[in-house]
Design a protein around this ligand. Structure first.
Ligand SMILES: Cc1ncc(COP(=O)(O)O)c(C=O)c1O
Length: 428
């Protein structure tokens, strides 16, 4: 075996001559669509591209309504507002997720309750949800983290038993299916992100999905200054709702969270590419997981049998230091990064100690009263599994590594084996 790349040996992949696939993916179709919008002069505001994308994404997700908005953070905020979640309510969220999942709960003046995740797939643990339910609990936000599926059977059973709402955070799961139902169609509302790193991207953007017409109407209004959905705009003039003949005027307080036609145009083209890209990521993800299951010291994230379509996202796996002669995980990740020529990272930081989830830095906004101030302190939550995953086990790579060939997956597995064989040198 050759010397490790981190010590100056030849890397497992020569990325200068053999680069990884790139992300985002775009072509002539996107260029044409963007120019079409540019020349039309209709650049925003319930335009034809936005309307078309909403229709296509609803059909793709298997729901009656999809509404796009500026990102996958405000999607959760308007979902909570549409459900009437606010002051005095508790919302259960996983401790291992992007900060937005909890931050949006704060933004509607409710209390984020952080609970631990399952060791096997890093998604919210239903047993921990049940322990956290109180008379104040109003909703659960499961996250289908890194493309694994939260246990939606257990979560929906608990929600029914305790009359709770479920908002699926599908920022990592466009196109995934649980027992034949798409992510975002199982809970009361689905929330999607189109930020640059996501499966489907317009740089920024997001959608909410639902089968409930009342929730759809409210969320549509909430992303459009509170206007009733049937309101139209003429010549880009941002008029009041009353001027459109709606006797009730605005029916809900809100601001402008609208997407542009340029983003919608890109999303329409991206959605055409998504099924094939998902199929490629899934085939490679499954194959790589199989390879990992034969390498000592690493193990795959368990994919649930009930996932009828996987929709792999960023590729994550587990590292077990003991079998690597006690090699600390950061050294393993640095060595793998040097071998592969791609960023190899830890998972998100657990939200009870996360540099981007710091509610107590904003008293003017969040100190509603002393009891609330105490309740939103993230440090009061104990998340041993999240902490272990973050500090000791998580190895994560961008999903573009899954968009290459089977040979690329073999190469990743060989790079890990190479580090395994030379672990002692990294300890010197
Ligand atoms: C799990 C999860 N939820 C929500 C979001 C928020 O999406 P956005 O960046 O579009 O606001 C992200 C984005 O990274 C995410 O990963």
């Amino acid at each position: 075996m050759k010397k490790l790349a981190i010590h100056g040996g030849a890397p497992s992949r020569d990325v200068t001559n053999n680069p990884w696939p790139t992300w985002p993916v775009w072509g002539q179709e996107e260029e044409n669509a963007l120019l079409e919008v540019l020349h039309s002069g209709v650049w925003s505001y319930n335009g034809p591209k936005e309307t078309e994308f909403n229709r296509l994404f609803a059909a793709f997700t298997g729901v009656n309504h999809a509404i796009c908005t500026v990102n996958g953070t405000v999607t959760m905020q308007i979902a909570l507002e549409a459900l009437g979640v606010g002051l005095g309510d508790e919302v259960i969220v996983p401790g291992l997720t992007w900060q937005a999942t909890a931050a949006t709960v704060l933004d509607v003046n409710a209390i984020p309750i952080l609970v631990d995740v399952s060791e096997e797939n890093w998604c919210i643990d239903p047993t921990e949800i049940e322990k956290a339910i109180t008379p104040k609990t109003k909703a659960i936000i499961p996250v289908h983290l890194y493309g694994a599926f939260a246990d939606m059977d257990a979560i929906m059973t608990l929600a029914k038993k305790h009359s709770l709402y479920v908002i699926e955070d599908c920022a990592h799961k466009h196109g995934g299916e649980w027992k034949g139902k798409k992510a975002g169609s199982i809970g009361h509302i689905g929330s999607f992100s189109y930020q640059l790193s996501k499966h489907l991207t317009a740089g920024e953007g997001g959608s909410v999905t639902t089968n409930d017409p009342v929730l759809a109407e409210r969320m549509d209004a909430l992303r459009n200054c509170g206007r009733r959905p049937e309101t139209t705009i003429t010549e880009g003039m941002d008029k009041g709702a009353g001027e459109y003949g709606d006797d009730d005027g605005n029916f809900i307080q809100s601001g402008n969270l609208r997407i542009t036609e340029f983003q919608a145009a890109i999303l329409i083209e991206g959605l055409k590419r998504l099924p094939q890209q998902n199929a490629l990521r899934d085939a490679n993800g499954e194959y790589l997981n199989k390879l990992l299951s034969h390498i000592p010291g690493v193990s795959p994230i368990i994919r649930d049998q009930r996932e009828t379509q996987k929709a792999y996202f960023n590729f994550a796996f587990r590292y077990h230091k003991k079998e690597f002669k006690g090699l600390p995980i950061d050294k393993f990740r640095s060595a793998l990064q040097a071998e592969l020529g791609i960023v190899v990272d830890a998972s998100y930081e657990p939200l009870n100690n996360c540099s981007l989830y710091v509610p107590l830095t904003k008293p003017a906004r969040h100190k509603l009263n002393d009891a609330y101030w105490k309740a939103i302190d993230p440090k009061r939550f104990s998340l041993p599994v999240c902490e272990r995953i973050f500090k000791e086990e998580s190895v994560c790579m961008h999903h573009k590594v899954l968009m290459g060939s089977k040979d690329d997956m073999d190469l990743i597995a060989r790079a890990i084996q190479k580090i395994y064989a030379h672990a002692g040198e990294l300890l010197e």
